[in-house]
Design a protein around this ligand. Structure first.
Ligand code: NAD
Length: 311
């Protein structure tokens, strides 16, 4: 089987490449290295049929050439990270809308099954106890989304869904919730690697807001097999499926946990959201996934706890 992984030099994409080559896939990565790194591909490189193509998902001809040769496409290339998106809202929109459009249209034209990486951000500010895929408030809340990112990803889901249902080409929409693990960078604001970097270098750990906001972190080592599992399961086609972790914690609790596990002497400090992200920034108090649909479809049960993830 030949797989194309867009964004394959990124954090989740590179782990997906490792997983795919271990399962005998010939993998082609398309990545512009804007936030990813060729170093992330060290493990996959050298595997039979592995290829790295440096290029842009906005390049429709390039996307089309690569997809035409593939048996399956995983589309993870996107402008991500709060700092990156807040600084470049239009570039983010373009990549996240038209990049997905290019990949989905090519996949449908060549009748190649495709997966797109969506996000819990499409749920907007919703602190329900377990966000479910059929929540009525979805998309409606995308109009109040904090950044271009959530709105574009919501539209990506519609593009993927409408093309998939009209063409009959298998399509999976994976809604990812706060995925964490090795190779994730704290550069663009991701909280776990940022706190760990700060703790390891003895700098103050900077909590944005009061730290009472709660999140649930999932390990990349649980999520990546879930992505492939969904692509191999016809009941998962043409619907959105949540993938994430199971252990909820406040951001202040996360900072304490990082200090404890790293043995750091870093102090914990607090910064107003607006100072960190600019005027008008709002965060949701809670984001917690209901992953029971993935459980029923593919037996998804996240195994790694937060301590494993931080270590
Ligand atoms: P990442 O930044 O490590 O990966 C994104 C990759 O896409 C990078 O390698 C980057 O260089 C590449 N890329 C960006 N623009 C591109 C373009 N125009 N052409 C080609 N390549 C381009 O981020 P990640 O956390 O691994 O995210 C992967 C996917 O998962 C993204 O689609 C993201 O929206 C989604 N996601 C991630 C999380 C998470 O918690 N990490 C949560 C929800 C959704």
């Amino acid at each position: 089987m030949k797989a194309v992984v867009t964004g394959g030099a990124g954090f989740i994409g590179s782990h997906l490449c490792d997983h795919l080559v271990a399962r005998g896939y010939e993998v082609t990565v398309l990545d512009d290295l804007s936030t990813g790194s060729a170093d992330n591909l060290a493990q996959a490189e050298g595997s039979p049929g592995f290829r790295f193509v440096r290029g842009d998902v906005l390049d429709r001809d390039l996307v089309d050439d690569l997809v035409a040769e593939a048996d399956t496409v995983f589309h993870l290339a996107a402008a991500v990270g709060v700092y990156n998106i807040v600084d470049n809202p239009l570039r983010s929109l373009r990549v996240n809308l038209h990049g997905t459009e290019n990949v989905v249209e090519s996949a449908v034209a060549h009748r190649v099954p495709y997966m797109i990486a969506s996000t819990s951000e499409v749920y907007g500010k919703n602190d329900a106890d377990g966000l479910k895929e059929d929540d009525d408030r979805i998309y409606g809340s995308a109009t109040k989304s904090r950044w271009s990112y959530a709105a574009a990803k919501g539209l990506d889901e519609l593009v993927a869904y409408v093309h998939g249902s009209e063409s009959g080409v298998p399509c999976v929409i994976a809604r990812l919730f706060n995925v964490v693990g090795p190779r994730q960078t704290g550069r663009y604001g991701m909280v776990v690697p940022r706190f760990v970097d700060q703790a390891m270098s003895g700098e103050p750990i900077t909590v944005y807001g009061t730290g009472t906001q709660r999140r649930c972190f999932g390990s990349v080592f649980d999520v990546v097999p879930g992505l492939l599992g969904l692509m191999e399961t016809p009941e998962a086609f043409n619907r959105a499926v949540n993938l994430g972790g199971h252990e909820e914690i406040s951001i202040k609790g996360l900072a304490d946990r990082v200090v404890e596990l790293t043995g750091s002497s870093s102090a914990i400090t607090y910064i107003d959201y607006e100072k960190a992200y600019g005027d008008g920034y709002e965060d949701m108090q809670r984001r917690y996934p209901d992953t029971s649909l993935a459980g029923r479809l593919i037996g998804y049960r996240p195994e790694r706890d937060l301590n494993d993830i931080i270590r």
